[in-house]
Design a protein around this ligand. Structure first.
Ligand code: GKE
Length: 342
């Protein structure tokens, strides 16, 4: 039903946010597929999740300064903007002004791309752009792309994503810069944040189960009542969908997410099964950041546009993620503060 062989090759590609979670996986894939990569991130080298010597790497480079954008878009074919100041709900609920300033990154990059006549530009938007009033129940119908309007996105971070989506559209309409925009739905996997405050639920709960097992604890802390629902997409599927979208001719915002909706409690049960322990007691912390009550991705449009759909089940993706976090924690301890708030 879906076509399998896909590859972008022999292009010169800039990945902004290359030191981050999804950015690092994108660099890895595009290098393997035979492209020459320019990689930049505001993080210093030691905080990059993945760092490839065969790429031209720019460490500690802040794209909120337009002179940096102009420097790295010279002679570039494609630009992927994967950079924003973000994290799970624990971060975005408490750092709204910081999240909003990511608008400078996207705006500066668009200006530089227009000036240097870059062929095509990708912007990583988010499910947080969706109207929150449509996410007030558990196990909701998958969000369709039109559900972003009337606008009522996640405060701070969601507004920046929605505004930047529109900025991309106007650069295409007014200046002919080809744009592609994906709304990511809670991407998870290895080589991402699992501690320190920016982590999302899959990695956070893997870490909590690993720690509890290691220290023979009986209880793990869970934010909210555990009934809230989400979908989670494995990072390799996110990269595959992103590259297929990029090469398509679809320039409106489109979901890249899973429609396998689970409650947080159900996800924890999967993680407990992976760990081989009996279930832990849960300390439900109702005062912790909860975000929306329910969220899922409707994938009708992406299946139609790309003739492609993700394959990895949550259980299988969590198993890969759990094993990577466990190996990290065994090597480095559980309090990795990869990149705390600047
Ligand atoms: N982070 C975290 N850590 N969340 C937990 C934890 C925990 O230890 N325990 C339970 N949760 C619950 C949260 O309360 C929330 O209801 C749900 O898991 C998902 O939290 P999350 O993964 O931090 O973030 P959200 O899905 O609510 O929102 C994220 O959506 C992404 C796009 O889908 C955003 O924070 C962004 O990372 C991004 O826009």
């Amino acid at each position: 039903m879906f076509n399998n062989n896909f590859m972008i090759k022999s292009k010169k590609i800039l990945i902004v946010g290359a030191g981050g979670f999804i950015g690092g996986h994108l660099v890895n894939r595009l290098l393997k597929d035979g492209n020459s990569i320019v990689a930049s991130d505001i993080k210093p080298k030691e905080y990059w999740f993945q760092d490839f010597p065969e790429a031209e790497n720019h460490y500690a480079m802040d794209m909120k300064d337009i002179s940096n954008c102009r420097k790295v878009v010279e002679n570039i074919d494609y630009v992927f903007n994967m950079a924003c100041n973000m994290g799970g709900m624990g971060f975005i609920e408490n750092n709204k002004a910081e999240c909003m300033q990511s608008v400078l990154i996207n705006t500066n990059l668009l200006i530089a791309c227009k000036e240097k006549k870059v062929q095509r530009y990708f912007f990583s938007s988010s499910a947080c752009a969706y109207n929150t009033t449509k996410q007030k129940d558990v196990f909701i119908e998958g969000l369709k792309e039109e559900d972003a309007y009337p606008a009522n996105p996640e405060d701070g971070y969601g507004w920046e994503k929605l505004f930047s989506e529109r900025m991309c559209r106007h650069f295409q309409e007014d200046y002919g810069l080809e744009v592609r925009v994906a709304r990511y739905h809670n991407i998870y996997g290895p080589y991402g944040t699992y501690d320190g405050g920016r982590e999302k639920a899959p990695a956070a709960l893997c870490r909590k189960v690993i720690l509890a097992k290691k220290e023979n604890l009986e209880t793990i802390d869970v934010w909210g009542d555990g009934q809230q629902t989400r979908t989670f997409l494995y990072v390799d599927e996110c990269v595959e969908g992103t590259l297929r979208l990029f090469e398509s001719n679809h320039s409106d915002p489109i979901n890249i997410g899973s429609d396998e909706q689970v409650s947080i409690n159900q996800m924890i049960e999967m993680i407990e099964n992976i760990s081989g322990v009996n279930s832990f007691n849960k300390n439900y912390q109702l005062d912790k950041p909860k975000g929306v009550r329910g969220r899922s991705s409707n994938n009708d449009l992406i299946k139609k546009v790309l003739n492609w759909s993700y394959k990895m089940s949550l259980k299988d993706g969590l198993s890969k993620t759990y094993k990577w976090i466990e190996s990290e924690m065994n090597q480095k301890g559980s309090n990795i503060n990869r990149f705390t708030k600047s």
